[in-house]
Design a binder for this molecule. Structure first.
Ligand code: SAM
Length: 272
């Protein structure tokens, strides 16, 4: 339970805590569970979306680590949950260094407790809309060597950034900071032109005052000049699936997925 953390407003729902609730976590308050229940009641696919996204992230981190990358910056990382990025990365690349970045104070509080004995991992409280402050943060400059390839992760966070807050320039900023051979993972809610998707977007807007689903073309544009790797930007459950349930998805055309499975897409790219 998330009781007793300083700077945490328990009267307002937070994106991080509602997402934690949808993933089955315990780091949430009544106000978050009420919103989470609204999501699951009105939008029964929300739990599946959260899990599909999380599993996509885990598979992407594994692939990046197996490609030899040992530095990860996870923007809008959310609360610690099963198979955290540092666990997956350090499992495949034991020396991997990982920075978690989130604006929600509860992420910092939990992360510090979780990572007390992990010298290769840090959590910083910062706003992804201000990438320069992240780049200059002492935890980043001490742990990440920007002369060597870095994996920059924006998983399910850029759809919380409005157009006038410059999501493209945020990604571009990081592209300019890292050397060739660096990796970028982005997952993003997609505007699907159907009532369920529109309802999900409206509910997020009404709850958090933000939520911008983007078209496939707009999501593609977020990657700029990066080289998008196979299988492209696809629904998260189709991104290099590896469980039996996910493998059973290989074959069906995308239109055979449920509307929920089509709602979140992921893509991995490399800086040439
Ligand atoms: N990245 C994790 C994942 O994919 O499983 C968590 C995704 S969760 C849906 C979105 C996270 O982004 C939340 O933890 C929220 O606090 C964080 N977030 C939203 N806007 C942010 C911002 N402007 N700066 C930093 N974090 C932000």
């Amino acid at each position: 339970m998330a009781e007793g953390f300083p700077d945490v407003d328990q009267s307002k729902p937070s994106i991080a805590r509602v997402y934690d609730y949808l993933l089955g976590g315990k780091d949430n308050y009544a106000v978050d569970r009420a919103i989470g229940d609204t999501f699951t009641h009105d939008l029964p696919g929300s739990v599946a979306i959260a899990h599909a996204n999380r599993q996509n992230l885990i598979r992407a981190v594994r692939e990046i680590a197996l490609a030899g990358i040992e530095q990860f910056v996870d923007m809008g990382s959310g609360l610690p949950t099963a198979d955290n990025v540092h666990k997956v990365a350090q499992h495949h690349a034991p020396g991997a260094r990982v920075i978690y970045v989130d604006s929600d104070p509860i992420v910092l509080a939990h992360g510090r407790a979780l990572l007390e004995d992990n010298g290769h991992t840090r959590v910083i409280q910062a706003d992804v809309r201000d990438p320069q402050s992240i780049r200059e943060h002492p935890d980043i400059t001490s742990l990440i060597d920007f002369d060597r390839p870095v994996a920059v992760i924006h998983s399910a966070v850029l759809h919380h950034i409005n157009d006038d807050e410059g999501p493209h320039s945020i990604v571009r900023y990081w592209q300019e900071q890292v050397p060739s051979g660096s990796y970028f993972f982005i997952s993003h809610f997609r505007s699907g032109g159907n009532p369920e998707t529109a309802e999900a977007e409206a509910l997020l807007q009404a709850t958090f005052g933000r939520g911008r689903w983007r078209t496939d073309e707009e999501i593609r544009d977020l990657f700029g000049d990066l080289e998008i790797l196979e299988p492209g930007i696809v629904p998260s459950s189709l991104w290099r699936p590896d469980t039996a349930e996910q493998l059973s998805r290989i074959g069906p055309a995308e239109h055979e997925l449920t509307v929920w499975e089509r709602l979140i897409v992921g893509g991995l790219a490399r800086k040439p």
